[in-house]
Design a protein around this ligand. Structure first.
Ligand SMILES: NC(=O)c1ccc[n+]([C@@H]2O[C@H](COP(=O)([O-])OP(=O)(O)OC[C@H]3O[C@@H](n4cnc5c(N)ncnc54)[C@H](OP(=O)(O)O)[C@@H]3O)[C@@H](O)[C@H]2O)c1
Length: 436
């Protein structure tokens, strides 16, 4: 390495141009903080002729990400292209093998290949830093890996997808339907034309897979995550939850249980007034519970050029300062295999929305099926749906049940029996409750 730390940036989209902006604007103060000048020497992207609104003169345009990864003019390969396939995977591997430090914001790559990449970084004694991959500008990777390392962590959780939080917040505050708010999110650029990845919970699951490994000293196992998105949440659910003292958020939660570690992403009822319930709009928040530190929660921007590039730059400065740590907190050889706790064994409260036939004895029958599974009900509320005109005669009645803590398998059994008993006019809607 020369005295100057030389960056090669692969990917000049939102985050890549955001990073170039920071390096250009703050070069003097960054050099002081890092203890060495930092400069960009090479860049690359797909389209060389695209106007990106940044000055690329004086920079070498690398023929490909792979070529840049092994260039002798690059000390740190900054991967900002995205995706768990090519060219991100092979260029990161090539950089690590060539003894280059790597900084990436790529959660998909880490979630799918993080164990092997961390091993490669260790073998080559270089850094693999990925702060921006989880919740953008929020420094949760460093918090878990370094600041909270004295703790036994029992739970890590968060709102890790700004698109979903924006939609849930707008639905509640403006009493609008899911499809209507999704269309607005797309128009504002918060949601992709194909929003499945965000609203289906997969983006949050990528981030959770990384956090689980860091928090519990386990190998990353994305395939073990239970994932449920927000696309089935009805405005009626949001209103009913509100009346009962809850908001609905898409949460990622990893928690240690006697059976193993639960990793789950799903819409969740959280108590109004809790820290996590107050995180609104596109904001993200990640919390952890440690035996010594207690509860920590960090809130901030989970995406966007500035916040994400801020996290990427912090990773680069760590390298300049010689602060190179095991990417997943422990040597990969010391990580335990991930042990999955079955979702059916999950214990917690449940919100259950039932459309019952409006006949005598139906509520009592439902209560009996619940009692048969030892499910104790905290409340039963007849809910007035806005989807039926006031005064109209209806043949069904919407009920909301809130259970005390109970086992998920018991809830599923009870609901199967209620459905099979012919009590329901439509499928039940079930949302888990998380205690804070
Ligand atoms: N955007 C955020 O707020 C945010 C937040 C946290 C993490 N991240 C992560 O940061 C990474 C970058 O995200 P982004 O939003 O900046 O993406 P983006 O705006 O879509 O930019 C991607 C860049 O990668 C380049 N690229 C794509 N495929 C390539 C290939 N085959 N060869 C060379 N270059 C290629 C593109 O080139 P062209 O411009 O020529 O098409 C583009 O410059 C992703 O891993 C993402 O998950 C983003």
């Amino acid at each position: 390495m020369t005295n100057t730390l030389r960056l090669g940036i692969a990917g000049l989209g939102t985050v890549g141009t955001g990073l170039l902006d920071i390096v250009t604007k703050h070069s003097a103060s960054l050099a002081v903080r890092a203890g060495t000048p930092i400069e960009v020497t090479e860049v690359t992207a797909r389209d060389r002729d695209k106007d990106r609104g940044v000055d690329l003169s004086g920079l070498t345009w690398a023929a490909s990400p792979e070529a840049m990864a092994t260039s002798e003019n690059v000390d740190v390969f900054v991967e900002l292209m995205g995706g768990d396939g090519e060219p991100a995977k092979s260029s990161v591997e090539a950089a690590l093998r060539a003894g280059k430090h790597v900084v990436t914001a790529n959660k998909a790559l880490l979630a799918m290949h993080g164990n092997e990449l961390a091993r490669l970084a260790e073998e080559n004694e270089v850094a693999l830093n990925f702060e921006a991959a989880v919740a953008g500008g929020i420094p949760i990777v460093k918090t878990i890996r370094e600041s909270a390392t004295a703790n036994q962590i029992s739970r890590v959780y968060g709102i890790m997808n700004g698109t979903c939080n924006f939609i849930m917040t707008k639905m509640r505050n403006e009493a609008r339907d899911f499809a209507d708010v999704l269309a607005e999110a797309q128009a504002l650029g918060y949601a992709e034309a194909d929003p499945t990845f965000d609203i289906g919970g997969f983006d949050a699951a990528h981030k959770l897979a990384i956090l689980t490994s860091l928090a519990f000293g386990r190998e990353i196992d994305f395939s073990a995550i239970y994932v449920e998105g927000i696309e089935h949440i009805a405005l009626d659910d949001i209103k009913a939850a509100d009346n009962l003292g809850f908001k609905i958020k898409l949460l990622g939660v990893a928690v240690e249980t006697e059976d193993g570690i639960e990793q789950r992403v799903h819409p969740t009822l959280v108590p109004k007034g809790s820290n996590i319930a107050e995180v609104e709009g596109v904001f993200n928040a990640v919390g952890l519970e440690g035996d010594s530190v207690g509860e920590l929660i960090l809130e901030g921007a989970g995406a966007g050029a500035g916040p994400t590039a801020s996290a990427v730059m912090a990773d680069i400065i760590d390298i300049a300062r010689g602060n190179v740590v095991h990417p997943l907190g422990l040597p990969v050889s010391m990580l335990k295999p991930y042990k999955r706790a079955r979702m059916r064994a999950h214990e917690g409260g449940y919100y259950i929305a039932l459309e019952l036939f409006d006949r005598p004895g139906e509520v009592a029958a439902v209560a009996q099926h619940m009692a048969n599974q030892n499910i104790s009900l905290a409340s039963i509320m007849q809910h007035t749906s806005d989807t039926v005109e006031k005064g109209a005669k209806r043949e069904t009645a919407p009920f909301i049940l809130i259970t005390h803590d109970t086992m998920e398998s018991d809830v599923r059994t009870a609901l199967d029996e209620i459905e099979n008993g012919g009590h329901l006019a439509s499928k039940p809607r079930v949302i888990r409750i998380e205690r804070f």
